[in-house]
Design a protein around this ligand. Sequence first.
Ligand code: ZN
Length: 370
Amino acid sequence: MKYLFSIFALVLLFSSCVEKTKIPVYVWTGHQKEMSDTELKEKFKDLKNKGIDGLMYSGGQDPETYKRVGKIVKEVGLEFHTWIPTMVQGEDKKLDTTLYALNGLGESAFDKPAYVPYYKFLCPNKDEVYDFLANLYGNIADIKEVDGIHLDYIRFPDVILARGLWDKYGLVMDKEYPQFDYCYCDKCVSDFHEISGINIKEVEDPSAIEEWKQFRYDLITKLVNRLADLVHSKNKKINAAVFPGPNSVAKKIVRQEWDKWNLDAFYPMNYNDFYLEDTKWIGEVTKEGVLLTNNSKPIYSGLFICPNPEKKTKEPDPENHGLLPEELADAIKESMVNGAAGICLFTPERMKDAHWVEFKKAIYKDYSIK
Ligand SMILES: [Zn+2]
């Protein structure tokens, strides 16, 4: 009997060890002003119990919000990364309207944004833009409870939209069109002329000029790396939400050469439904990112969750598509066996009970054993 009991104890011990093998999981989540501290704490505790390790937290630009929320996040024992858009900035007294990017027709993203009214993109080639961002992220990185700065919209506007969005906007984006192509401000045009000898405004098809593409990848890369130096000097982490790839998608449609960025981690938005792709594709783009970064930085595969699974097939807007509960485990597996360090959910609020059931089964697995 004593022997049996020992075996039983061993089995219990073993299963609790197995239980500890969990993949790292982050979530993108937004601040809800109306929630009290107690309610926030309950929400964060619930996420922690479900297996979440850290939050990419969108709470606007006021450091006070992150001070308040960060304290609660830390009490619960989660990582706290502040999720704040970078190049997209609404009207702001601190930003002169001349700092916004110009498209190939000479129109400003400030008063004639592409696709949607909030697409007010700044030009990444202006010192005042860096100063604005350095001030914004610097003040937030100074907050004790903040573990990291999470950049988003750290890119140019989509010169080509993801395939799944063409119908929504009534566009056929078979090539780069000037109204979606940025930045043709005087500084970008003259700086490019200086280094290449090419006056890009006189070129009939700028998309054929490889150096012009590279020039703009480099503008974003330089900006990111300056911000990384600043945040690192405050002993905080810095990471970013990026488009998949980078070669297959990110460089081509939003000019992110993110394998050159000095960040601590990457969160590629491997949102297969936006590209009319399946979960297998999630594995392919994960692998691409891991290879191009020489497996030197953690890559957390961003998964887009379907908020109303029963209506997905009737829903025309891809924003309401995403992974069904029955696809979630496979999306997690594809990410992990292809080298992801973990996953990031967009968003926990979109997850239905059926998603959480599948999620729980999938995160307590050791994917190093294929
Ligand atoms: Zn410019």
